[in-house]
Design a protein around this ligand. Structure first.
Ligand SMILES: *Cc1c(COP(=O)(O)O)cnc(C)c1O
Length: 445
């Protein structure tokens, strides 16, 4: 955005400016993705369109590793962006994959992940899913109920295969203090801390289950480093208690949940605070004979993929209703539910929305930006400040590389799937073709 608007920066714009500076380029007033102008990509692949930057994904992974240190083994959470081409970017950098269904397992394997670099969590794994991954080979299964331990044990006995398991724990509320979102309440995820003893006992008598570790995770989009570190410290202290009492624990999976800024008042996660907390934690572990050889894992999704992606959609029409300006685009909640605030958000706020072909124009007009669906839920800009949009302009929603397409009701109103494109330096690869009116939902290549 041009200098003169920068002076009187609208609060939303300051986030957008920092995102453009950190992850995107601007050429001739248009947004570009690692040197590829978005208008060219749209001319080539059509609108609506998801574009991801492999460079930004690798950048986020490196940023995280640089701050937590190499002792933390990083797994990418597949549900954040399950396109196999995206998974491959992370696998090629040595990241493991955390999956939550047998379908994600298939994609992880197809992306080239080694079986022992895949871990399986989720509150409702069916017998079919468990059999499938046991047969195919899997690094770790995170058990989340006593019943699941029993079912998995039976399946492994039948298959005559031993699998490593970690117990996903829903920690006691009393121990956390404060209002941290790390479980503690009633939840379908994990197993109450009070049942941990029973779970470990059950695993120890199962002939084909081998207890490897603990798993703790209950919050997503955490922007406060202290909250994250409290969760990490709690996970390690729980492991220490178990090891001291004679239980063998080799790994502690500290979960994901690292947040990214979406809204104008979001402060990015302070990675320096995370870094010093992680350093302290590792020092304490090294100094403690019980914890010295315990390995730490984290499994972020949003942090690794979110900043790498944008969703681009073209303005179909512009209209005024009772004094309010409406910009109607060819894409919306059927491709990007989260941007409309309908993916479990308590308060609906605007994602960073820009007019990607007119970044140098004055951002001076408040708009309602809506998709084409016949429901008021399909609104992703509520009082969005844009240069007065015209039909044919390109709206881009930033921070859309995680929980975008795959978390959206793509069958709603039979709109064709958008194409997905991965930019990797010079290479621009179509990683999902556009749907058509005849076949709206497309398979990936
Ligand atoms: C969704 C999920 C994650 C990833 O969460 P983010 O907030 O995207 O980092 C990690 N682990 C488990 C078990 C999950 O369900």
């Amino acid at each position: 955005m041009q200098a003169q608007t920068r002076e009187e920066t609208h609060p939303v714009q300051s986030l957008i400016l920092s995102l453009l500076a950190n992850h995107w380029g601007v050429e001739n007033g248009a947004l570009s993705v690692d040197g590829h102008p978005l208008p060219d990509l749209i001319a080539r692949f059509g609108s609506p369109l998801y574009v991801y930057s492999a460079k930004t994904m690798r950048g986020q992974l490196k940023l995280l590793r640089n701050h937590v240190g190499r002792d933390f083994d990083v797994f990418f959470s597949v549900k954040a962006n399950p396109n196999p081409a995206v998974l491959k970017v992370f696998c090629n950098e040595g990241a493991g994959l955390e999956i939550a269904s047998a379908g994600e397992y298939v994609r992880a394997v197809r992306a080239g992940a080694l079986a022992d670099r895949i871990l399986f969590a989720g509150p409702g794994k069916t017998d079919e899913e468990l059999s499938y991954v046991v047969d195919g080979g899997i690094g770790e299964i995170h058990v989340e109920s006593l019943d699941e331990i029993e079912r998995l044990s039976r399946i492994c006995d039948q298959a005559k295969k031993t699998v490593s398991v970690a117990v996903r724990v829903n920690p006691d509320a009393s121990v956390q203090g404060g209002a941290m979102r790390m479980g503690g309440g009633a939840t379908a995820f994990g197993l109450d801390e009070s049942l941990l003893g029973a779970a470990i006992e059950q695993i120890s008598i199962a002939s084909h289950l081998s207890l490897r570790g603990l798993h703790i995770f209950s919050g997503t989009q955490i922007l406060k480093a202290e909250t994250l570190l409290a969760q990490w410290n709690y996970g390690v202290s729980l492991a220490r208690r178990l090891i001291k009492s004679g239980v063998r624990i080799e790994t502690v999976d500290l979960g994901g949940g690292l947040g990214i800024p979406y809204f104008h008042n979001d402060k990015p996660l302070d990675l320096e605070v995370v870094a010093s907390g992680a350093r302290l934690l590792r020092e304490e572990m090294r100094a403690d004979r019980h914890l010295r050889s315990v390995k730490l894992m984290i499994e972020p999704g949003r942090f690794l993929a979110g900043p790498s992606g944008l969703y681009a959609t073209r303005v179909t029409t512009v209209k005024t209703s009772r004094g309010e300006c409406f910009t109607v685009t060819d894409g919306g909640m059927h491709h990007h539910l989260a941007a409309t605030g309908n993916l479990g958000q308590v308060i609906k706020k605007d994602y960073p929305v820009i007019l990607a072909n007119r970044l140098n124009d004055a951002y001076d007009t408040a708009q309602k930006v809506v998709g084409p669906l016949c429901t008021p839920l399909d609104t992703y800009g509520r009082k969005t400040i844009l240069p007065s949009p015209r039909p044919g302009d390109t709206v881009a929603i930033l921070q859309s590389g995680a929980y975008g397409l795959s978390s959206s009701p793509v069958g709603f109103l039979n709109q064709p799937m958008p194409a997905e494109v991965l930019v990797d330096g010079q290479d621009v690869t179509l990683i999902r073709p556009r749907g058509t009116f005849e076949q709206p939902v497309t398979p990936m290549p």
